[in-house]
Design a protein around this ligand. Structure first.
Ligand code: FAD
Length: 379
């Protein structure tokens, strides 16, 4: 949509969408905390993306300040939340934002053709579509593909397009979950009594990367803002050694010595651990479940568990329910302006390309920046 906005001031632009409406995933994203972008700007923002060099130019060229200004010109004011995430001003619904974008495209004569499914390329790399059941070929000077990743297929982003790029010799990478929960073999007691409870103000680490935040205990494992940014590391470990460990620190602001001091001033028994260390039932249950009896009953060892509870991750949650996916078009296939090296009249942008970023507004920002950058190269 942003590419169409930029280009339509200079060229005839048509958007082809297989659904009856565009922006379905944008609307889904808007159902939760709708982070349009993040308040990080410039290189700090660009540093959030992998591969860094691949995304850098596009992000620096159209960063979060530029995107917020673009929204503002559409009449969508934004504000920075406490976590640095950028939200639309209170009261503005996601559908309203989408409508404002569509109205702008309409005034700039962008045609939107619905129920047009891209189904491959002809021998000249022109685009074949199925339009309401009828096969057609579209001949254009340039094609910009923004077909999305492979999660939440109900929104239209089902990743089925991948094979059409394989067919013309463009390397693609299998899709994998990103920004997703992790599967853990919980003890029955945890599932029955603590699924649905949050673990607030914790720190979670994988290898040398530690993050503070919140996680949610679910009946299959853990979800939450402290888990999602660690997924690239977990994915890597699962690939290399087919197992991964996350380590929870329930008291990141206290040292082991601080905690031991607390216990020395009070009557200490495992029955009053909750009071002494200010731990909730679910935290105690998790520690118990990952400790031997001896570890749980010894204050010294228990305190070490509070600071360092190692939990084995079995696997990542499935692609369908992930917030985003990695995989898709191999970044090595693309020029810096996101056109294909083999077929420079074809551009690929957004989540369909194999880049990654955490939640917090970085995914939409990345997609908007790529759209803006690719379009600018065609003006
Ligand atoms: C639950 C959830 C919450 C999220 N929350 C946020 C958030 O708060 N902040 C944030 O930054 N990101 C968020 N995201 C991620 C963000 O929505 C996506 O990264 C972003 O929408 C990707 O944009 P895109 O344009 O690349 O692809 P998409 O938005 O997925 O759009 C791809 C489009 O291509 C169409 N299409 C696919 N195949 C074909 C075909 N063969 N022919 C024709 N059309 C086709 C699809 O129907 C779709 O309309 C969230 C995602 C989910 C699932």
């Amino acid at each position: 949509m942003i590419a169409a906005d930029v280009l339509s001031k200079f060229h005839n632009v048509t958007i082809y969408e297989k659904n009856k409406g565009i922006g379905q995933k944008f609307l889904v994203a808007g159902k939760g905390g709708f982070n349009l972008t993040n308040s990080l700007a410039g290189t700090e923002l660009a540093d959030k993306y992998t591969p860094k060099e691949f995304m850098k130019e596009a992000i620096l060229d159209f960063d979060s300040d530029a995107l917020r200004e673009w929204f503002s010109k559409l009449g969508i004011e934004t504000f920075v939340g406490t976590s640095g995430r950028v939200f639309p001003k209170k009261g503005i619904k996601p559908a309203e934002i989408l409508n404002k974008i569509k109205e702008k495209l309409n005034t700039q004569n962008v045609k939107i053709e619905y129920e047009c499914e891209f189904v491959g390329f002809d021998e000249n790399q022109n685009v074949k579509i199925i339009f309401k059941g009828e096969a057609k070929t579209i001949v254009a000077d340039y094609y910009i593909f923004a077909l999305g990743g492979a999660s939440w297929s109900i929104t239209g982003s089902d990743g089925k397009w991948k094979k059409y790029f394989d067919d013309i010799g463009v390397n693609t990478i299998p899709f994998e979950s990103s920004n997703c929960g992790v599967n853990i073999k919980w003890d029955k007691h945890i599932v029955e009594n603590h699924a649905g409870k949050p673990l607030k103000n914790i720190s979670v680490s994988v290898g040398s990367t530690a993050l503070k935040g919140e996680a949610l205990i679910t009946n299959y494992g853990l979800e939450g803002n402290v888990i999602y940014p660690l997924i690239p590391k977990v994915r890597e470990l699962l690939k290399i050694q087919s197992k991964a460990e996350i380590v929870i620190d329930f008291k990141p602001d206290n040292t082991i010595e601080d905690l031991l001091k607390k216990s020395s001033t009070k009557k200490t028994s495992s029955k009053n651990y909750g009071k002494i260390f200010n731990l909730k039932r679910e935290q105690l249950a998790l520690i118990k479940s990952y400790s031997t009896k001896e570890e749980y009953l010894s204050i010294d060892l228990f305190v070490r568990k509070i600071k360092n509870l190692s939990i084995q991750v079995e696997s990542l949650r499935n692609i369908e329910e992930s917030i985003s996916t990695v995989g898709g078009i191999d970044t090595h296939e693309l020029n810096p302006d996101f056109s294909l090296k083999k077929f420079p009249k074809i551009y690929c942008i957004g989540e369909m390309v194999d880049w990654d970023a955490p939640t917090g507004g970085f995914l939409l920002q990345g997609s908007f920046s790529m759209g803006h950058y690719s379009a600018k190269s065609l003006i």
